[in-house]
Design a protein around this ligand. Structure first.
Ligand SMILES: [Zn+2]
Ligand SMILES: [Zn+2]
Length: 344
């Protein structure tokens, strides 16, 4: 039995956003911009308001974009921590642990409605020779669960240094989710479900007609985009930060349309033999999707290969809604511009 978890790692809060179900309770207090603290409404899951900030001026746009830009490094830190934390729990050295157990994973990257990156991953413990070898008896599901929690909580990277923005440490959000994956009909997520999910995801990623499906070339282009005010603010923030010499290494202008995230939504290693094309075909062929399940795991010690075939698809506006949203965005952008000019 190889302990397996389906893990979701999210971003922290950059400011309250409208959420499905009972939104933030209404409060009497107002923020310094005159916005209400809280909302008090109940939203259905498909309302375009979901993911939009309660107050755009309170929202930490630079922090959000820099988090997206740093997300791959946060994932890598989590991944490295896993081995260290398994070693600590097993009471063995960090180099010794890799001769006893292997930590394998496949992950996909998604955007939440608010435009923040989150990761879904399948994490598994194998024996020293990979999937074919049983893990040592101490490498239990409980140990993996504790390890995933402590490894994610321990991640804290310095915010990229900039005169324009001083953020604290970049961490994962506190909403860490980890479910055991079991085979058979236990009602839990199974490998098959994960395979189907990944197949659906990759297929959707290619087919989706994104609101922002290409690189941004100018600020004027950002103003003309048919996206929500929130997405426009994120793209504009990425563009603005991308112009700062100290942040050149993040290539934020090149990745502004991805809200700062550098483009790779499915990470696999060479051992992960299923290609994107095969996964897409698998969506139409459940049997092949199941076959893909065997290839979901990847050994992190191998060289990582990434593929990019995904664009941020906006938040599902109809054209009419998008036009309205764009109108609001124009006002917002104009307000911000006026504020900036006053401050000069
Ligand atoms: Zn709300
Ligand atoms: Zn405010």
């Amino acid at each position: 039995m190889h302990p397996r978890l389906f893990v979701t790692l999210t971003a922290p809060s950059f400011g309250p956003v409208h959420r499905a179900g009972d939104c933030h309770p209404a409060r009497r207090r107002h923020c310094q911009h005159g916005g209400r603290h809280g909302c008090g409404l109940t939203h259905s899951g498909d309302e375009p308001l979901i993911g939009q900030p309660l107050c755009a001026d309170c929202y930490d746009y630079p922090g959000h974009v820099l988090w997206n830009a740093t997300a791959p490094a946060l994932w890598k830190a989590f991944r490295d921590n896993l081995y260290h934390h398994v070693a600590a729990r097993a009471g063995v050295g960090r180099s010794k642990v890799r001769t006893l157990v292997r930590v394998s994973a496949a992950k996909v990257t998604e955007y939440q409605k608010r435009g923040a990156i989150h990761f879904h991953a399948v994490v598994r413990l194998d024996g020293p020779d990979g999937p074919a070898s049983p893990p040592p008896s101490w490498a239990t599901g409980d140990l993996l669960l504790e390890t995933v929690h402590s490894a994610a909580t321990a991640v804290a990277l310095p915010c990229p240094d900039s005169a324009a923005y001083s953020g604290g440490r970049l961490r994962f959000g506190t909403q860490l989710d980890a479910h055991p994956l079991t085979g058979g009909d236990s009602g839990r997520l199974t490998d098959d479900a994960v395979a189907a999910y990944v197949a659906k995801y990759t297929s959707k990623s290619v087919e989706a007609a994104g609101a922002v499906d290409r690189r941004i070339e100018s600020l004027a282009e950002i103003r003309a985009l048919r996206v929500t005010a929130h997405v426009r603010a994120l793209i504009a923030t990425a563009w603005r930060l991308g112009g700062l010499p100290e942040l050149q290494h993040l290539r934020l202008r090149a990745w502004a349309h991805m809200l700062g995230y550098r483009g790779h939504c499915l990470t696999k290693t060479r051992a992960y033999s299923t290609t994107y094309g095969q996964l897409r075909a698998a969506r139409a062929d459940h049997a092949r999707a199941l076959a893909g399940a065997r290839d979901l795991y990847a050994d992190w010690d191998s060289e990582t290969v990434t593929e990019s075939a995904w664009r941020f698809a906006g938040t599902g506006h109809t054209p009419a809604e998008a036009l309205i949203a764009a109108g609001i965005a124009e006002d917002l952008a104009a307000n911000r511009q006026a504020m900036r000019e006053e401050q000069r």
